[in-house]
Ligand binder design. Structure first.
Ligand SMILES: [Zn+2]
Length: 58
C-alpha cells in the first residue's frame, strides 16, 4: 500500500487544493501547503516517520 504524506510532518491527512492550475496539497495537521508531497510504500513510510521523530529540527 502506498502512502502520500506531508513532507513536513509525515501526516497522511492531506487534501488536494483545487483552484490552482497546478495542484497543491494542504496538510490538515501542520498547515503545510505546497505542490510537493512524498509518496512511500509501507516500509519507507515507517522509516520516514522514524527520521522525523529523531530529527529535532523537524
Ligand atoms: Zn503536515
Amino acid at each position: 500500500m502506498n502512502h502520500r504524506v506531508c513532507p513536513q510532518c509525515g501526516s497522511e491527512n492531506i487534501d488536494l487544493e483545487v483552484g490552482y492550475i497546478t495542484g497543491k496539497y494542504r496538510c490538515a495537521d501542520c498547515g503545510y501547503v505546497g505542490s510537493v508531497i512524498f509518496e512511500f510504500d509501507d516500509k519507507n513510510y515507517q522509516r520516514f516517520l522514524k527520521q522525523l521523530k529523531e530529527d529535532p529540527s523537524q
